[in-house]
Design a protein around this ligand. Sequence first.
Ligand code: KIV
Length: 301
Amino acid sequence: MSTQTRERRLNVRDLAAMKGSRPIVSLTAYSAPMARALDADTDMILVGDSLGMVLYGMDTTVGVTLDMMVAHGAAVVRATERACVIVDLPFGSYQESPQAAFRSAARVMTETGCSGVKLEGGVEMADTVRFLTARGVPVLGHIGLMPQSVNASGGFRVQGKTDDGARRIRADASAIADSGAFAIVIENTVETLARSLTEELKVPTIGIGASPACDGQILVTEDIVGLGGDFTPRFAKRYAELGDGLSKAIGQYAEDVRARRFPAAEHCFNPPAKGSGAKPRLAAVSSEASGASTAKGRRGA
Ligand code: KIV
C-alpha cells in the first residue's frame, strides 16, 4: 500500500475554521481551464451565476438556468483537486419553497460533485437555509447586493447606506448565520457595516465590494485579469490584462492563416516517405480517423 498522502480537497468545515486564523481566498470559475488555473491558490472556487453575464453576455443573472449551473459546476469540479467548490443556485430554482430548494440543491450536488451551494437572500430565506443544512446541504449565504433581485431592487447599488438599509442587512446576516450557513458573502455593502458584521457573526464573511476586515474575499476572476470587457466594477482590482494578450494572439493567427504560414509542416499528418524505415504515426492517424474527442485525441497524441 502506498504511504504517500495526497492533499485532500478543502471542505466547508475547513473554510468555517479559517475565521480568525487566516483570510479565505476565493474566486469564481465557470470552466475547466480557469478552474485548473485557480486550484492551487484559492481556498474556495465559486461557480457563480455571474456566468450568465460574463460567459453568456446576459444583462443580469436572472436568465441563468439550473442546467447551466450543473454543466459548468461539473466542469469545475472535474478540473480541481484542492479548492472547495461551491455552485450558485440560480434564480427561480429555490425561492418558491424549501422543498424546491432541496430538489435543486440535491441535483446540483449529485450531478456536479460540488461541496455546497450558494443562495441569495436574508430573513426571507432563513427557513430554506435551515431546511437545506438540516438535510446535508452546506449553504453559503449571500446578502447585501443580491444580483438576482435587481429587477425588484432597481439596480446594482451600494447597500446599507441608510439606517433602515443597514438594519435590514444586519437582520439578514444574523438570520442566515443562525440558520446554519457555513459562511456568508456580503456584496457591495458599506465598509463599516461589513466590518462590524464580520466582528459580530460566528461564521466567516466573504466580501466582494465590502471590507478588508471580512474573513475572506471573492471576486469574479475575469474582472481581475482583464477578460471582463470594458467595464470593471470599482471593487475589483486588475492584476493582469489577458484580454490584450488574447487579441494579439488571435490577430497573429489570423495573419498566419491569411498568409498561409499556418499550418506548417509540423502541424500536419503525413505518412513517412517510402523507404525511410520510419513507422507511420498510427496513433495520430487512428485517433483522428475514429473522431476521438478527448483533448489528447484532438492533439493527435
Ligand atoms: O455569481 C457570482 O459570481 C457571485 C460572486 C461574485 C459573489 O455571486
